[in-house]
Design a protein around this ligand. Sequence first.
Ligand code: URA
Length: 197
Amino acid sequence: PAAPVPAGEKAAALEAIRLDIGDCTRCPLAYAGRHKIVFADGDPNARLMFVGEGPGADEDASGIPFVGKAGQLLNNMIQAMGVKREEVYIANIVKCRPPANRQPEPVEANTCSPFLLRQIDVVQPRVIVALGATAATYLLGVRQSLASLRGSWRDVRGAKAIVTYHPAFLLRDPAKKGEAWKDLQLVMAELGLTGPK
Ligand code: URA
């Protein structure tokens, strides 16, 4: 794990990463119709972090991760755990929208994800939830079915990481919501969360 960053210095350390990214042209997504670079949202001192795949149309327009339909479901999941969205930290494997919301290409994810790892090293959350296969692949370095990755803790840069279904997948297959909720209950137990008051 990286050296601890004092709580009062995390916001500035994250801002420095954002400045390094600049008006990024390091990968093809810069030329694929991107409007805004979507850095992150939430509390630099969060104990809980969520990592998605990449911005969609709403995120590309607003510059904020998970603000569209999948974001609304993620907000509901966060609320059901008994935390506020402002108390967690939310980011993606890639910071620019892939055209037509396709999965990021390996060169795109591999170019962008070092910035995410730096964000993790600053925030140093206790728990990271990888949302979907792309987050699992690039955060955990494993290429397996999501079903086989669920339910067990892994180490990601000193944080305890767990994999669950992406909210966009859950919107298409609501029958899987119960399984996602089981995953989130493991996270709640780890963080001592008891749900909405
Ligand atoms: N899907 C993602 O993976 N990330 C977002 O920010 C929005 C939708």
